[in-house]
Design a protein around this ligand. Structure first.
Ligand code: PMP
Length: 398
């Protein structure tokens, strides 16, 4: 087929929107592997564990039992009711979507008018700003440097709010930093929000079950804001079900109705078989989650220790999720790299280790390393990074 670029015109709505840098790096790593290179990819946010057997069994049973047609747009009653019961709300407050990502997109498409602002504490998960942009909104990024634990302060929140602000997007535990907002930190933000009733809160808690310190849901810490809070969660991360594509939103019924309307015109209900699988996950034995958490904790310590032993890298211990987000400015200076993207590209080319530059998350000078990989891969990745860094420091790259 012949491409005719001169005739192709992108919608203004997606100007500047490109395939996510995380996906790009992971695809380059996969291509290098296909070309015969031995690449260690520490770039993606998908657990290396398999989906639990009992979940797969439930999907199999559902398919054989004929649960293969469209479901209700908002999700099956069984799954919505279970999510609702576990969050002490009713079905009308729950939407099930094709991954947590679609919940975010539904929410933004359902609520933003052109020019509405969405406050995004930075570093943020790559898709946040692009989803806001595609929905016609303006992403207002607020720097939250490592020195403040990568967290939004009440003062900075107050300063970022304008009459146009529609949402605050809060992600705890955070991708990429692993930061978790404590109950009192949420209370302090809630106190600011109390004075700005036009600002809604999207609390993305997809990493809830991957917390190494106590986790408090925004809904629990700030119940007085329930009338303008959307909680986002799903099975992708904790149950190792990224490919099943099930996430959900819990919020005020009028918002959920608007999101269902959007979803109904784009994808309809999420996959019927995956919904049966998610129901099994939610109602199944949770011991598996705590076992896996222990594994992740051991990996977290391994990676933090390994990175901090490298010259020019400062790696705080993340409180949740399965990423570390070290500062690599020292390494950049010593190696002569102008940007963290250059440094990460160099690591991929020379050491065959794929990690994601901080620019993908709005905070240059950092890099995200995922520890959702087995200890062998992590050890190999760290060893390669350490020896590559030694070499680049002794002969800086120009
Ligand atoms: N929110 C955050 C913070 C994430 O890291 C991700 C996945 N990388 C998602 C949402 C999307 O999850 P899902 O795969 O369920 O769409």
């Amino acid at each position: 087929m012949q491409d005719s670029p001169s005739e192709f015109r992108r919608a203004a709505r997606i100007n500047g929107i490109e395939i996510s840098q995380i996906v790009q790096i992971s695809e380059t790593a996969a291509q290098m592997r296909a070309d015969g290179h031995d690449v260690v990819a520490l770039s993606t946010g998908a657990p290396d564990f398999p989906t639990p057997d009992f979940v797969i069994q439930a999907a199999h049973n559902a398919a054989l039992a004929g649960q293969t047609g469209y479901t209700a747009t908002a999700g099956t009653n069984e799954l919505r009711d279970e999510i609702a019961a576990q969050s002490h709300v009713t079905r009308a407050h729950v939407i099930v979507s094709t991954g947590a990502k679609q919940v975010l997109a539904n929410a933004m498409l359902a609520t933003l008018n052109d020019g509405d602002e969405v406050i995004i504490p930075t570093p943020y998960w790559t898709s946040y700003s692009d989803i806001v942009t595609m929905a016609g909104g303006t992403a207002v990024t607020v720097p939250c440097p490592m020195s403040q634990g990568f967290k939004l302060t009440p003062e900075d929140l107050e300063k970022a709010i304008s009459p146009e602000t529609r949402w605050l997007m809060l992600n705890s535990p955070s991708n990429p930093s692993g930061a978790i907002y404590t109950k009192s930190e949420i209370r302090a933000l809630a106190q600011v929000l109390a004075n700005h009733p036009h600002v809604w809160v999207l609390a993305d808690e997809i990493y809830e079950h991957l917390s190494y310190v106590p986790f408090t849901s925004f809904a629990v810490a700030a119940p007085e804001l329930a009338g303008r809070t959307l909680i986002v969660n799903g099975v992708s991360k904790a149950w190792a079900m990224t490919g099943w594509r099930i996430g959900w939103g819990i919020g005020p019924a009028p918002l959920i109705r608007a999101m269902i309307a959007v979803q109904g015109q784009i994808t309809s209900g999420a996959c019927s078989i995956s919904q049966a699988a998610a129901l099994a996950a939610l109602t199944g034995d949770r011991k598996l989650l705590s076992d896996r958490l222990q594994d992740f904790d051991a990996r977290r310590k391994l990676v933090v220790g390994g990175l901090n032993a490298m010259a020019g890298i400062t790696c705080p211990e993340p409180d949740g999720a399965f990423y570390v987000f070290p500062n690599i400015e020292g390494m950049m200076a010593k190696g002569g790299f102008a940007t963290c993207t250059d440094a990460c590209n160099w690591l991929l080319e020379k050491a065959h280790v794929a990690i994601v530059p901080g620019t993908a998350f709005g905070l240059p000078g950092h890099a995200r390393i995922s520890f959702a990989y087995g200890q062998d891969d992590l050890n190999e990745g760290l060893t390669r990074m350490a020896s590559a860094l030694k070499n680049c420091v002794s002969s800086p790259i120009k």
